[in-house]
Design a protein around this ligand. Structure first.
Ligand code: ZN
Length: 290
């Protein structure tokens, strides 16, 4: 019996080790870029506040905990559909199936070099598919503009000298035509950006947010490290908060790199998988009678 469980554990560990995990999350702290909300009458606004409630030894036992107050839509975060879709899903209503899916990264770094206001087009998506393959249904699709390198410098992130005025902002995003194509023809599950917003800063309107969120599509903003994963061959996992009534919140984003994309450990992972298969076969056909 012990042998059986040891073999099962070994097989499971082999499977886990076969995948490289990349963290696509900026660290969340007080230096997070702060999107101005004065246009909504929110002048004196707490973006982030962390208070230590306990950090001490009681006899020989250490105990620490804090209280955090934060704005939902900053740092690496998810927009629940209710953010721009009246009556649509709040955080806890997002189906878990939405939070895991094949990753697709569309590289627009060369398009934004001379145009910070670039909006990804339908043709960009078709060109990407020519190079790789058709985007599968239920994918988590992100654009990589290189903007993550600017984080957390607010002037660079928002592309302006005046970070209190959104009408001066410049950063890229998706065109609404690309969003319509991705939802209607590719059944995209979640759409992401490495910039502050799904919609480009100019003009300062939100057609992508409105269209996608009215159709219950969650969005991801300020994704990090997209340079560190391949355009295809990943599984994206979203650690989104499950806050009742929440419109969004800081989200840990992981990319699991599929075995056939993991170049560094190709031979090792192949041998591990072979051994895993052998042990799984032994477990299922021999040791279950132990
Ligand atoms: Zn947001």
């Amino acid at each position: 019996m012990v042998l059986k469980y040891c073999l099962l554990l070994f097989t499971t560990l082999q499977f886990i080790q076969a995948r490289k995990v990349v963290d696509l999350t900026h660290t969340y702290d007080k230096d997070v870029p702060k999107y101005p909300l004065g246009w909504l009458g929110l002048e004196n606004f707490t973006y982030f506040k962390m208070d230590t409630l306990a950090a001490q030894f009681i006899d020989e036992m250490w105990i620490a905990f804090k209280k955090i107050e934060y704005y939902e839509h900053q740092g690496t975060h998810i927009d629940a559909p209710i953010h721009f879709g009246s009556g649509r899903q709040t955080l806890e209503e997002i189906p878990p199936e939405r939070l895991i899916g094949p990753g697709v990264v569309i590289d627009i770094r060369n398009k934004v070099t001379n145009n910070s206001d670039y909006a990804v087009t339908v043709q960009d998506i078709l060109d990407h598919e020519d190079e790789y393959e058709r985007i599968p249904p239920n994918a988590i699709v992100s654009l990589n503009s290189g903007w993550a390198q600017k984080y957390p410098n607010a002037n660079l992130i928002f592309g302006t000298e005046n970070t209190s005025d959104p009408t001066t902002f410049h950063f890229p995003g998706w065109s609404v035509e690309a969003c319509e194509m991705l939802l209607q023809e590719r059944q995209v599950s979640v759409l992401g950006v490495d910039t502050p917003s799904t919609d480009p800063a100019q003009p300062p309107i939100y057609p992508c947010h409105i269209y996608l969120q009215t159709n219950n599509v969650p969005l991801l903003e300020y994704i990090a490290n997209l340079d560190s994963i391949p355009p295809r061959g990943t599984t994206i996992v979203l650690g989104a908060p499950k806050v009742r009534g929440g419109t969004g919140g800081p989200t840990r984003i992981f990319a699991l790199i599929d075995d056939d994309q993991e170049q560094e450990i190709t031979s090792n992972s192949a041998s591990r998988n072979f051994m895993s298969a052998i042990f799984a076969f032994m477990y299922l056909n021999v040791f279950r009678f132990c």
